[in-house]
Design a protein around this ligand. Structure first.
Ligand code: FES
Ligand code: CO
Length: 328
């Protein structure tokens, strides 16, 4: 089984999961999700009887009804009624929908296909719900690339002088000084300082900024920016939904401990412009998925240190065989 099944992944934004079952895509398969008084339920979008899409069905009395022959599934996934059989006829125990783990966090619906190994990724310092921090989702787009390419791009800063010239870097300052990458059980952590020429700091503004990156495997990346002049801190966090090998939904949040009175758009417009600059490059990368072998692309010693470790972590995950269908 795919080791990625054992992680929580963002499926969609909470507002998109409604009473009527809807189809979503995750890890190259379809998911059906709906909402009722007991919250969100999610299943593989497939009826065990004849393979019809449960997302074409409906919810009645808390049961998900298949649109083809009307089998009814409860929230645990058990089939509790086969209408073409007498009401008291036994139901085969294998008549089940594949129920997925589901929870809501940060205004997103998160799904784990098999028993999850870790929780939904936290923000460093658990700042998200603290009143000193103001948060909003700034960017939500589907890119035609893999989740790993989209994450690796977010981790990478040696492209700033080229892709984000004048915003995050300048060509005369392209050299990357050695930096340390700390390996953690759930990911990587690394940091550096750089002069940022951002127009967020006024017409001729530049600032010395400390960047602290926290990667949570497989597809969450936090960038904490600390403006060393003012002490203001801003997280830019990308939660990444691996829909298919070549389509990926990005949810980018900005969480700041300053400027609460200023419009979110002041920060969002800047970040979204950066994301769209990245999108052009990332969607051009081939293969869309990271190459399975590290030898297939060329890694440069200092600037690619973090991304090389990321690839190694993903490769290690891919080599882990996990027990049987849909977890233990
Ligand atoms: Fe679902 Fe027959 S395919 S009830
Ligand atoms: Co970029």
């Amino acid at each position: 089984m795919n080791a990625l099944n054992r992680f929580w992944h963002p499926l969609t934004t909470s507002d998109k999961v409604v009473e009527q079952p809807r189809r979503f895509t995750l890890l190259d398969d379809y998911v059906v999700a709906y909402r009722d008084a007991d919250g969100v339920a999610a299943f593989r979008d497939l009826c065990i009887h004849r393979g019809a899409a449960l997302s074409l069905g409906w919810v009645r009395d808390g049961k998900l009804v298949c649109p083809y022959h009307g089998w009814q599934y409860d929230r645990s996934g058990a089939c509790v009624r086969i209408p073409s059989r007498p009401a008291d006829a036994p139901i085969p125990p294998s008549a089940k929908a594949f129920r997925y783990h589901v929870q809501e966090r940060y205004g997103l619906v998160w799904v784990a296909i098999a028993d999850p190994q870790y929780g939904v990724p936290d923000f460093p310092g658990d700042i998200f719900d603290l009143p000193e921090w103001k948060s909003f989702m700034s960017y939500n787009e589907v890119w035609t690339t893999s989740a790993s390419r989209a994450v690796e791009n977010f981790m990478d800063f040696s492209h700033f002088p080229y892709v984000h010239e004048g915003l995050l870097g300048t060509e005369d300052n392209a050299e990357i000084a050695p930096y340390t990458v700390e390996k953690r059980e759930d990911g990587l952590h690394y940091w550096l300082e750089q002069e940022e020429p951002s127009d967020l700091y006024g017409a001729d503004g530049t600032q010395l900024v400390r960047y602290e990156y926290t990667l949570v495997v497989p597809f969450t990346i936090h960038l904490k920016k600390i403006e060393l002049g003012t002490g203001r801190e801003t997280f830019i966090t990308q939660f990444t939904s691996p829909q298919t090998a070549t389509t990926t939904e990005l949810f980018v949040y900005i969480v700041r401990n300053h400027s609460h009175d200023e419009p979110d758009s002041k920060f969002g417009d800047f970040t979204n412009k950066i994301m769209e600059q990245d999108r052009v490059i990332v969607q051009s990368q081939r293969p869309e998925n990271l190459p399975a072998s590290l030898r297939e692309e060329l890694h440069i010693k200092v600037p690619d240190a973090a991304s090389l470790l990321y690839r190694q972590r993903l490769a290690a995950l891919a080599s882990v065989e996990v027990d049987g269908p849909y977890g233990a």
